[in-house]
Write a protein that binds this ligand. Sequence first.
Ligand code: TYM
Length: 325
Amino acid sequence: MKRVFSGIQPTGEIHIGNYVGAIRNWVHLMEEYDCIFSVVDYHAITIDYEISVLGKRCIETAMILIASGLSPEKCNIFIQSHVPEHTELAWIFNCVTPVGDLERMTQFKEKAKQHRGNINMGLMDYPVLQAADILIYKAGYVPVGEDQIQHIELSREVARKFNARFGRLFPEPEAIMSIAPRILGVDGVSKMSKSMNNYIGLLEDKNIIWEKLRTAVTDVNRVRRSDKGNPDLCNIYTIHRAFSSEDVLLEIDKGCRSAGIGCIDCKKKLFENMMVELDPIRERAIYLRENIDYVHDGIRKGAINCRAIAKKTMEEVREALGLLP
Ligand code: TYM
């Protein structure tokens, strides 16, 4: 069975960009592939963080993955630092990765701007650890949002470089994108993200979600209700695509272009459809918070299974490198 790997950082609230860009895809893939999903805490420490909440955030993130439909019985879910072989392999990959390749990474450049006071080595090395996450399991597929494509490309390059120097051990992993690989934030300008504070949280209070939607930027050229709009230029329509049926999309498209419906009607419909999908997730999250042992047991089992695979790969890697057994 082909193996899939993906990861998510425990850096705060999971938003609908994470959900439609990645997690929802993971739930589908779980049925057909050997899937491994990791809460990547070693990636999260590359920026300043609150020590006292990191552990809680890891559990909360794993809980939301399970609430979203991932099952610890059908796939492996674990916390990255519980399988220390990831960082061991990352060190070895460091020795085949040109510094120039890392300096060119868009996300590194963006984060270096955002965190000027803390441009640490880990921030630059982030994609190498990501390559190790994937390749330690020899995963062939990596379901991610568009912002991670460059990092997956680098993983392929790392695999190529390693294989050329030490013999073919790793596959070149391919990215898999969802139908909504890039969701913009409610500002309608930048990618929805925790750090930009332009997100809609998966578990946020419904009134807050509606308030964020109600005030979200639409097609900026549609100023008055009577103006005709262009759904192709509207972020709300992009989000609709992720949550609404073809029929609704057609209706909205027509209504918007003819000024038959206003932005608020369009947003109300989106809110309704979003909640149809999110309500069961939110209910499961309430249940899981009260039964958190299920999450702890799930990630414990996940770490045990993943560690066994990771150790085996590391034995092969050590041998290939000529390290003393
Ligand atoms: P992270 O935690 O930033 O995001 C988790 C997943 O959500 C996707 N995503 C989005 N998709 C669409 N629209 C958006 N606005 C949006 N925002 C986030 C991301 O593309 C991602 O798939 N580096 C990774 C974590 C990671 C990883 C890995 C992923 C570490 N090791 C190995 C794959 C394989 C990250 O920061 O994800």
